[in-house]
Every structure is written in C-alpha cells, then in structure tokens.
Design a protein around this ligand. Structure first.
Ligand SMILES: Nc1ncnc2c1ncn2[C@@H]1O[C@H](COP(=O)(O)OP(=O)(O)OP(=O)(O)O)[C@@H](O)[C@H]1O
Ligand SMILES: [Mg+2]
Length: 340
C-alpha cells in the first residue's frame, strides 16, 4: 500500500467523549502530520486512551469530528480500520501460542500464504530480538518481550497509522530503548505513529510534535522546542565545589538573575529558571554575569550551564502537577480495561 507522506494523518475538531457526567475527552482539536511521531502527553486519566480509541474506531465520539487520512471515523470506519493498527495494553496476541505461532496466525488471517506468513514472522522476530523466544508460549515472556511481540503483531501488515498507547509503561530502561528503536524503524518505513505517554523523556526522544492533554483538554501543542520556549528562556544549572557556599550562591544568583532559585536534592546544586528577556538574549547575558559574580565572590563553581527547560519543567508549569512514580506504575493502566 502506498504511504501518504504529505498532509495530515489525523485531524480532529472539537472531539468529545463523555462517560456519564465525566467529560473524558472535552473538545480536542488535533492535527497530526503524516509520516511523523506525534506525542500525546498527559497524566493518568487525562483522556489519552479514550481519544485513541475514538480515532481507532473502537469508541464512538459524542461530539465533534475526527478524520484519519481524510476518512470520517464514524461514517467511514471501515476505511479507517483498513489503514490503522493499535497497540495498547490490550490482548492482541494469544498467550497460549508461541511467538511464531501468533505472528503466523495473524499473517494467515490477513491473507498471506503460509510461506509468506512464516517468512514475515521470522523477519519480525529477528528484528525485535525475539528469535530465541520464538518457540516459547507468550505467557512465559517477560514484560518487555511481551510489549515487543505486541508491537510486532500490530505492524505485521505495515499500517499507515500506528497507535501506540503507552508502549513502554512499566518497562526497564533497556527494554524502553529497544521499543524506541522499533518505533524509529517503523516511522522510517513511512508509518505515522501516534504515541501516548506519561513519560516526558519518551516524548522528547521520539515525537516531533507534542500535544499536552489534561482533564480531556489540549493545554499546549507544538514542537518540543516551542513547548520548552513557552515556559521561559531556560534554566541555569549550577554545581558548586563546596556545599557550605550554597546559601551565599543562592542569594547572589537570586539578585543577579532576578529569578527564583531552586535548591536541588544534591547539596551542591542549584537551578534557576530564567525568564524570557528580549529574544532570550537577556537570559544568556544575565547568566554570564552571574557566573562572573560568583567567581568574584570567591564561590567555587564546578559546573555552570544554561539550557532549555526540560519537558519535565514544561509539564509541571502547564499542568501544575508532576506525575508521581505511582502514576507510571503499569497497574495504573489496567483500569480502563476493567472499565471498558
Ligand atoms: N469505559 C469507561 N467508562 C467510564 N469511564 C471511563 C471509561 N474509560 C475511561 N473512563 C474515564 O475517562 C477518563 C479518561 O480516561 P483515559 O483512560 O482516557 O485516561 P488516560 O489518559 O488514558 O489515563 P492513563 O494514563 O491512566 O492510561 C478517566 O476519568 C476515566 O476514569
Ligand atoms: Mg490510558
């Protein structure tokens, strides 16, 4: 199937889904360029899965419109379905079958010959580092292997649009990196990916544009750079040699930078969020003056940097709350399955 590499893969206007009184998705406008990874970032209960389910035609919107490659998700659901694939925390593979058996079965179900299905299964298992586990029942896979076989199953017939709903929640750093590599490879083949995540670094790593959603609404949208720029010019990070000099450094930085100084858990570290001056120039000038004055005051600085704020800081500034470790627990995701 030929891929659409220009234009929009997804376009929604005022999309709404309510569950009783709860407006889970409350008027969402999205434009997702084809051929890219688009990140949808939001805390637990923000409405990410609900939005994805509507776009994948699994849930009927209560208001607004959504088009996938120009097809209306309600009136032309079949056309949408033929072009999308979904990987979530859903059972897309059969636990009792082996990795190979699952992929071959799916290949056969989607019209491949036995030979072609086996070939494709072997290719995917190899690409996903699952060759050794190919003959084992999926119920005996680790969490990371399980997530990889799920994604393998969803790209068996290279979809034009792949929904990945929190693909790395609960995975260890190494498995997360493997999944990220897979996502990059999928996009390199021309597939558009809509990725939901609670992990800011994941959106930072993979997505070219990001929508931040909270309580069913898009509260910010843009490229990573735009989102970061929206909360200020940057953050000055300072590491001192001597923890005892930190109060003095804090006072001096507060005066020179005219900013609130945050004391990091590390006793020699301080961070200041520097506001936007004229074209952001003000920030770097004030930062270099701050460094000079620290040195002048006899405060030993081991490390001094002016960087863009992290997406974490952006998220905090936008939602006024930080995702807690408990929020990112894998079990947090099972609630919508129970509710569905
Ligand atoms: N089938 C359902 N019935 C009733 N309420 C639901 C249903 N599915 C979701 N909700 C509610 O809708 C809101 C949005 O849920 P959703 O699962 O879309 O959030 P999410 O952003 O995917 O969260 P998480 O990060 O925890 O997966 C929540 O308040 C949730 O309780
Ligand atoms: Mg969810």
């Amino acid at each position: 199937m030929s891929k659409q590499t220009t234009g929009l893969a997804i376009e929604t206007a005022g999309l709404v889904k309510t569950f009783g009184e709860n407006r889970a998705v409350d008027g969402v406008d999205l434009s997702v360029p084809a051929g890219t990874v688009y990140g949808v970032l939001g805390p637990n209960g923000a409405g990410k899965t609900t939005a994805v389910k509507m776009l994948a035609t699994l849930l009927r919107p209560d208001g607004g419109e959504a088009h996938v490659f120009g097809h209306d998700v309600v009136r032309e659901a079949d056309a949408v379905r033929s072009r999308v694939s979904l990987t979530g925390q859903y059972a897309s593979v059969d636990e009792d079958l082996t990795g190979t058996e699952n992929l071959v079965l799916l290949g056969r179900l989607t019209g491949h010959s036995k030979r072609a299905a086996l070939l494709r299964a072997e290719q995917l298992l190899e690409a996903f580092g699952l060759t050794e586990a190919a003959g084992r029942q999926v119920k005996n896979y680790s969490g990371g292997m399980r997530r990889r076989i799920d994604i393998a199953a969803s790209i068996l017939n290279t979809p034009d649009l792949l929904f990945l709903d929190e693909p790395t929640t609960g995975l260890d750093p190494r498995s997360r990196n493997q999944v990220w590599d897979i996502v990059r490879a999928v996009v390199a083949q021309g597939t558009t990916v809509l990725l939901t995540t609670q992990y800011l670094d994941e959106a930072d790593q993979l997505a070219s544009r990001i929508a931040v959603i909270d309580k069913g609404k898009v509260i910010a949208e843009g490229t990573k750079g735009e989102l970061k720029a929206s909360v200020g010019a940057g953050a000055v990070h300072v590491r001192l040699r001597d923890a005892e000099q930190r109060p003095q450094a804090q006072e001096l930085l507060r005066t020179v930078l005219d900013a609130q100084i945050m004391l990091e858990p590390d006793p020699v570290a301080l961070t200041a969020r520097v506001g936007n001056g004229d074209n952001g120039r003000g920030a770097s000038e004030r930062a270099s003056r701050a460094l000079a004055e620290l040195s002048h005051a006899g405060i030993h600085v081991d490390n001094f940097s002016l960087g863009q704020p992290s997406l974490d800081e952006v998220f905090l500034a936008l939602t006024d709350r930080r995702p807690t470790p408990a929020d990112t627990d894998a079990t947090a995701n099972s609630k919508e399955e129970a509710a569905a």
